[in-house]
Ligand binder design. Structure first.
Ligand code: NAX
Length: 333
């Protein structure tokens, strides 16, 4: 082995963790010559189940798998992590103090509380240049809270929108009769919620401008494409009786690879990062933006054109992010 990498994963015994960990340990993500040390973090009552997941990982006999640590202690768990994947959070519908949590605002507060401590520990114990991807919902606002407590400018904090981008790319490929790989420069703007906005106007499909490739059909765009992508998570829950796990895990790993490997010239990848005022999006939100990686650092691409239609949708999603931030202001460090 030439080198090693330490990846901390919270909620590792959950369903996304189950789909993600074998691929992470297989050598597929960081390369066969990089030893992957896993720090698996769960809440105390779930540790026995997590041990079972760790046993299975061992039994896969992956050549790239290094040490596995199972812990409920976040200081141990985040210690020296190069990558931190924050999958763990409380799902909607959970009963807390005898009350079923259905409202997004309640979920914001419950999960926001988790991310204050985790953010602080990541700032202190993970590597100062760690890459942190928040998947647990509400992902953008959880990431905002976590980042504010980490207080490490060198760390890259992101919330996942790659699943939304992959969902959108699949729909666009189907509609235009193109290969899904030919969908490029596809940005998800805003929040990872039903207000998220997949931007067809800046996309390229099979080498054509995205809007032309869908027959310049605005009615399809607004009445079909947007609702299908925005409501895809709900449709999967209805069909499967459980939320997206395989596709969520795959998209989280896509994000890791998109950050770790250089973006092709003219392309972009999607994740929510801390906004700095570009594109008239207020500073200080974790907002879906078009990103470019040189394999080391990540920057926001700033030459996307925003059509009037796009502006309307982006503004609505940004307004929701502001509302979420304002609802948890006291949790932001
Ligand atoms: P599961 O409920 O299967 O697993 C979550 C795990 O997190 C559980 O094992 C739980 O014990 C653990 N956990 C809870 N609090 C924790 C804490 N404080 N520290 C460590 N672990 C903790 O959910 P799963 O299907 O794996 O989904 C995980 C999260 O991803 C959920 O919040 C879900 O809403 C979110 N999603 C986000 C997506 C995105 O695109 N950003 C898409 C898929 C998914 O719905």
């Amino acid at each position: 082995m030439n080198s090693s990498i330490t990846v901390a994963v919270t909620g590792a015994a959950g369903q996304i963790g189950y789909a993600l960990l074998p691929r992470l340990a297989s050598g597929e993500i960081f390369g066969p010559d990089v030893r992957v040390n896993l720090k698996l973090i769960e809440i105390e009552p779930v540790l026995p189940k997590l041990e079972g997941t760790a046993m299975e990982l061992t039994d896969c006999a992956f050549g790239a798998l290094g040490d596995i640590t199972c812990t409920a202690d976040i200081e141990t768990g985040f210690g020296d992590a190069d990558w931190v994947l924050l999958l763990g959070s409380m799902p909607r519908g959970i009963v807390v103090d005898g009350r079923k949590i259905e409202e997004r605002s309640d979920l914001l507060r419950i999960n926001g509380g988790i991310f204050t401590d985790q953010g602080r520990a990541i700032g202190r114990f993970a590597r100062p240049d760690a890459r942190v991807l928040v998947v647990g919902n509400p992902a953008n606002t959880n990431a905002l809270i976590g980042r504010s407590h980490a207080r490490q400018e060198g760390q890259l904090w992101m919330a996942m929108t790659a699943l939304d981008a992959n969902r959108a790319a699949a729909q666009l490929a189907r509609r235009s009769g193109s290969e899904v790989r030919s969908v490029r420069r596809l940005c998800i703007w805003g929040n990872h919620s039903p207000t998220m906005y997949p931007d067809v106007f800046n996309a390229q499909i099979g080498g054509q401008p995205g809007f032309e490739a869908i027959g310049s059909d605005q009615a399809w765009l607004e009445s079909d494409f947007l609702p299908v992508v925005q409501q895809r998570g709900k449709a999967i829950i209805e069909a499967r009786g459980a939320s997206s796990a395989m596709s969520a895990a795959s998209s989280a790993l896509d994000t890791v690879m998109q950050v770790a490997r250089p973006t092709e010239a003219g392309d972009c990848f999607s994740a929510a990062v801390f906004s700095d005022g570009r594109y008239d999006i207020p500073e200080g939100l974790m907002c879906g933006l078009p990103l470019f990686s040189d394999g080391g650092s990540v920057r926001v691409i700033d030459d996307f054109e925003i059509s009037d239609l796009s502006r309307r949708y982006i503004d609505a999603s940004v307004a929701e992010l502001i509302e979420e931030r304002d609802a948890v202001r006291d949790l932001i460090g």
